[in-house]
Design a protein around this ligand. Structure first.
Ligand code: MIG
Length: 712
């Protein structure tokens, strides 16, 4: 059940909640969970709750860094371009003020979504006193308390409240190559050619800010991309998709069409009602007010031209909003420096520090939306509404699945697109950190997420790149991306032997495409994320406190390597399992496993079946003519096989093909549950491995429809 608590009527709507699937309630109804012990209205609103029952774990909060269990710390929700993700960096790019509490005895579970799009702080018992503190700058908020069976149930209800994930196209599950920047069309084409020549599978190539003329949004740099249409055509003919970056800041320049059209009409305002100005890449810019529907329509019309010319999707960057400085900031900074002297000592340090912080302060008080709403009340939804603009256009007008990722987001973003975690680093520590972040994003309803594989900032080395890539294989979005000025990290950058390892890592991803796509699409229908913490599937004490392993779909336990030169690592298995790379069988419970450089520990649980295919150079599902099922069998395995056109929104109308597969020690049964999408006939090979590691092989031809049974 979803209950809504009202802590004074809010004067802004985040638009995160799309369904009235809740019941209005009073805090005292939750006496078994918590008790409201204080409500204060000093400089905003402060609510204190004392936990009634037991101690426990708190999961969620999206892209926040730190441990998977969010307990013992205070978090700020105020979307910020915060690019050094040290262990306590906060606030970050996104705001997902949703957590799921699980008591240590696993008996009590509930979700808590505090829906407020302005500045907010949530303190999860940092005093170790069973206290939860919610503080907003603003007059009121709604809080949704979700009760239910378990994490799965709570998450499904949260998604029911905030909206279903829109499906990504199937090619979004292929490997993706990016760099800030591939500077001109030759470079883009060379990277693409090299991938094909070296037979390193890849589906997507990215264009970063340098494809634009002076960083002007909706332009092409005519010197470096004079024949961009030919470039796009060539890339498409070789099976690549191309994603270009969109930054919200529109350059102030007379005669620049986008600017001319929007000035005085579509931009955020300053306190005098003039268009607000700041500095980002292009220099002086103004920012579209994406909260207004007319602005979203104008923006998406421009984006549409890009799509018509052959761009396949967008990554929405700098939309926290990131602002390097305003005129006022510069004036102030000059004054500070003017009056500074060496004698200031500590004050000099803080003056310089203050100047360094200008880009992160958010300018909430200085910006106003077209309808008069101060920016600080709705800031956290800016990136969401920017993404919504293009997403609604692509879904409604093109009737296609949007490929849209965004750096800044708020709860509900899953209706419009996915996210990446922003500017991580080539640091060992960030491998584990990204595991935690994508798992936490899943628990906030975002099923398509990714991180810069290899690390964005800093120089990666061979071993770290391998470990990063091996984790990327098991994340929803598998994209290698790095920053300007850092060591290059395309798969061939570290010599032949590393290239060979990385090729086989990427090939393994393509082997898994039938599994990944089925798990993702069936997951979408059932509101089950592709990537999830162990405790999501296994309600056991061990699982509750594991943050360095996770489930990739229903069958695979992934145990990344996140330190250099590791020889072995500890893995907890909820059941007997087989290493998917080397076939070694492990017992249920704690195991010490080898970590050779060629692969990270990943295990198929007993009584599961994984459909695989021969790796392709890019995803072409309809061309797959054989499915190899890897079955690790105790008594009985049951699973699904899903297929559709991979790109349209028809799946929402039920236009797909779904088969139910049961493998037991006596027979295999395949049943077509839905045949609304016609599939080709394929050979299905079942490789059934039993507990002792012995394998039996069976073949069946499977068509679009029908029921198939064979004896073993
Ligand atoms: O602050 O467009 O997160 O992926 O390469 C730098 C340049 C701006 C930040 C993005 C990153 C992108 C970069 N951008």
């Amino acid at each position: 059940m979803v209950y809504r608590l009202t802590y004074f009527l809010p004067d802004v709507d985040s638009e995160a909640v799309v369904r009235n699937s809740f019941i209005d309630a009073k805090p005292r109804q939750f006496a078994d969970l918590f008790e409201d012990i204080y409500l204060g209205r000093e400089e905003g609103l402060l609510v204190l709750k004392r936990l009634s029952k037991s101690d426990g774990h708190y999961f969620g909060f999206g892209d926040k860094v730190g441990p998977l269990n969010r307990k013992g710390r205070k978090y700020t929700f105020w979307n910020t371009d915060n690019f050094t993700h040290h262990p306590s960096a906060d606030p970050l790019y996104k705001s997902f003020p949703f957590f799921i509490f699980v008591s240590n005895d696993l008996e009590t579970v509930y979700g808590c979504f505090t829906d407020y799009p302005g500045w907010m702080e949530i303190d999860i018992d940092s005093d170790n006193n069973r206290l939860l503190t919610y503080k907003i700058k603003g007059s009121g908020f709604f809080q949704y308390i979700i009760t239910g069976e378990d994490i799965k149930d709570i998450l499904a209800q949260y998604i029911n409240l905030t909206g279903k994930n829109v499906a990504f196209p199937i090619w979004a599950f292929g490997y993706q190559q990016s760099r800030w920047s591939y500077f001109n069309e030759e470079e883009v084409i060379n990277v693409a050619a090299k991938l094909r020549e070296k037979r390193i599978p890849c589906d997507v190539i990215y264009l970063d800010i340098d494809y634009m003329e002076q960083y002007k949004v909706f332009t092409w740099n005519s010197k470096n991309f004079p024949h961009y249409k030919n470039m796009l055509e060539k890339l498409h003919s070789e099976g690549f998709k191309v994603i270009s970056i969109l930054d919200p800041g529109v350059k102030v320049e007379n005669g620049y069409e986008i600017f001319e059209k929007a000035k005085g009409k579509y931009f955020l305002k300053d306190k005098n009602g003039k268009d607000f100005e700041g500095a980002v890449w292009p220099g002086r810019v103004r920012f579209p007010d994406f909260r207004a529907a007319k602005v979203r329509r104008w923006w998406s019309k421009n984006a549409r031209k890009y799509l018509e010319e052959g761009i396949d999707g967008f990554w929405n960057d700098m939309n926290e909003i990131a602002i390097f400085a305003t005129e006022k900031d510069l004036r102030e900074a000059r004054e500070w420096l003017e009056s500074a002297s060496l004698e200031d000592g500590i004050n000099l340090a803080s003056t310089l520090g203050k100047i360094g912080e200008i880009g992160r302060k958010g300018h909430g008080d200085e910006i106003f939306h077209i309808d008069g709403t101060p920016h600080w009340k709705v800031r956290n939804t800016y990136g969401l509404n920017m993404t919504r603009a293009t997403s609604e256009m692509i879904q409604k007008q093109h009737k296609k699945r949007p490929f849209l990722i965004t750096r800044s987001a708020y709860s509900g973003i899953q209706r419009y697109g996915g996210v990446w975690t922003g500017d991580n680093h080539s640091w060992w520590e960030h491998i584990l950190q990204e595991v935690i972040r994508i798992n936490s994003l899943s628990l906030c309803g975002v099923f398509y997420s990714g991180f810069d594989v290899g690390g964005f900032g800093g120089d990666v080395n061979a071993q770290m790149l391998i470990r990063y890539m091996q984790l990327g294989l098991f994340s929803p979005m598998f994209r290698n991306h790095s920053a300007i000025g850092t060591k290059r990290q395309e798969p061939w950058e570290f010599g032949k032997s590393v290239e060979n390892i990385l090729r086989s890592v990427i090939e393994y991803r393509y082997r898994l495409i039938p599994y990944i796509y089925t798990q993702y699409m069936v997951g979408l229908m059932k509101n089950v994320p592709l990537v999830r913490p162990m405790v999501y599937d296994f309600k056991r004490a061990e699982a509750l406190s594991i943050e360095d392993q996770f489930m990739f779909g229903e069958a695979i336990v992934v145990a990344p390597v996140y330190r250099p030169d590791v020889q072995k690592r500890l893995v907890w298995l909820p059941n007997k399992a087989i290493n998917i790379f080397d076939g070694k069988i492990y017992k249920k419970g704690w195991n010490v496993v080898d970590t050779p450089i060629e692969y990270i520990p990943a295990f198929q649980l007993i009584n599961t079946a994984i459909p695989t295919a021969q790796p392709q150079q890019f995803v072409e599902f309809e061309k797959i003519d054989k499915i190899v099922w890897n079955v690790f069998l105790g008594k009985r395995a049951k699973t699904w096989f899903y297929e559709d056109d991979g790109v349209s929104l028809d799946y929402k109308k039920g236009i797909y093909n779904l088969k139910k597969i049961i493998v037991s020690d006596k027979y295999i049964e395949i049943q077509t549950v839905k045949n609304a999408y016609e599939t080709r006939k394929r050979l299905w090979e079942f490789r059934i491995i039993d507990k002792r590691g012995e394998m039996k092989t069976k073949y069946i031809e499977v068509g679009s429809d029908g029921k198939y049974t064979i004896q073993i």
